[in-house]
Design a protein around this ligand. Structure first.
Ligand code: ATR
Length: 271
């Protein structure tokens, strides 16, 4: 019997994870199945229990269950503990390990695929919700010169900055307070692109050679990326690379084999 994996979410029909993991398995010759499971909004824990009893080896977790997966896990990796959210569960037949591969996926896309080294750079992270929290530790591990968290509700940015202060130079700001600043890397981890909105960034925020990264994908040129282009960012990127890289990191955690992501990103980009 092949090892069983799945992605749990609600909704789930749009998920690209089954396609991505099928390609990874084919590439690496791993014998496994990977399904998309629509889980009832009040039924996460029983659904995971049932999957484990049926010899499931691991699941990815997407909206809206990342917090419940965090609570479900008996043990946590450091990056999941700091993210306070889990997107990958690993079952070894006895215990349940919770991991979070989102931040590693973002960093790998930025550094490896886009060729942009974070070390020594001034980084602006917009947003202070779950998406921002999930990527903070891996970003700080890259040793940026500074990392500023900007949020509409400044208290949430301050709370996050305080939580991560031991891991690097982190400061919090509202958007008005960014006036006059320049950043080498600006990451949109807000949900603004979902609603075709733009966080109220001051102009001239992009330093020469800046990379503007929207963690959203499939939305074309989001208002943030259009702003970045108009304000002379050198490189624009959406979150498709991050999506594939977080999947590759989960695949690696489960199978100890690193799949090639570039052909998968290119194929998804075309479709
Ligand atoms: P997620 O899990 O995607 O992070 P979330 O926890 O609801 O979702 O957080 C959404 C984030 O996007 C928040 O930081 C929110 O700012 P507030 O905390 O001030 O609400 C931010 N956000 C959403 N729409 C925005 C907009 N139009 N401009 C700026 N920030 C926005």
């Amino acid at each position: 019997m092949p090892d069983r994996y799945a992605v749990f979410g609600n909704p789930i029909s749009h998920s690209k994870s089954p396609q991505i993991h099928a390609e990874f398995a084919r590439q690496t010759g791993q014998d496994l199945t990977y399904a998309a499971v629509l889980v009832a909004l009040d039924g996460f824990a029983p659904a995971v229990d049932a999957f484990r009893v049926g010899d499931g080896r691991g699941i990815n977790v997407t909206v809206p269950f990342k917090l419940e997966a965090f609570q479900y896990a008996q043990n946590l990796t450091e990056r999941a503990r700091h993210a306070q959210a889990v997107n990958t569960l690993i079952f070894d037949g006895i215990s349940v390990l919770g991991d979070n591969t989102d931040g590693a996926g973002l960093v790998r896309d930025i550094e490896h695929n886009l060729g942009f080294k974070i070390a020594g750079k001034d980084v602006l992270l917009m947003g202070a919700g779950g998406a921002a929290r999930g990527v903070l530790l891996p970003l700080l591990m890259c040793k940026p010169q500074s990392l500023t968290i900007a949020n509409r509700t400044p208290q949430k940015a301050q709370d996050l900055a305080q939580h991560f202060a031991a891991h690097g130079t982190v400061r919090a700001s509202d958007y008005v307070g960014l006036a006059g600043d320049r950043y080498d890397l600006v990451i949109n981890a807000t949900s603004s692109s979902l609603n075709d909105e733009l966080p109220p960034l001051p102009p001239r925020i992009m330093a020469p050679g800046a990379l503007a990264y929207d963690m959203m994908y499939g939305k074309g040129l989001t208002p943030f990326l259009a702003f970045a282009e108009a304000n002379k960012a050198q490189t624009l990127a959406d979150g498709l690379g991050m999506l594939v890289e977080q999947a590759a990191e989960a695949f690696y955690v489960w199978r100890e084999v690193r799949p090639q992501t570039r052909p998968v990103i290119e194929r998804l980009r075309k479709s």
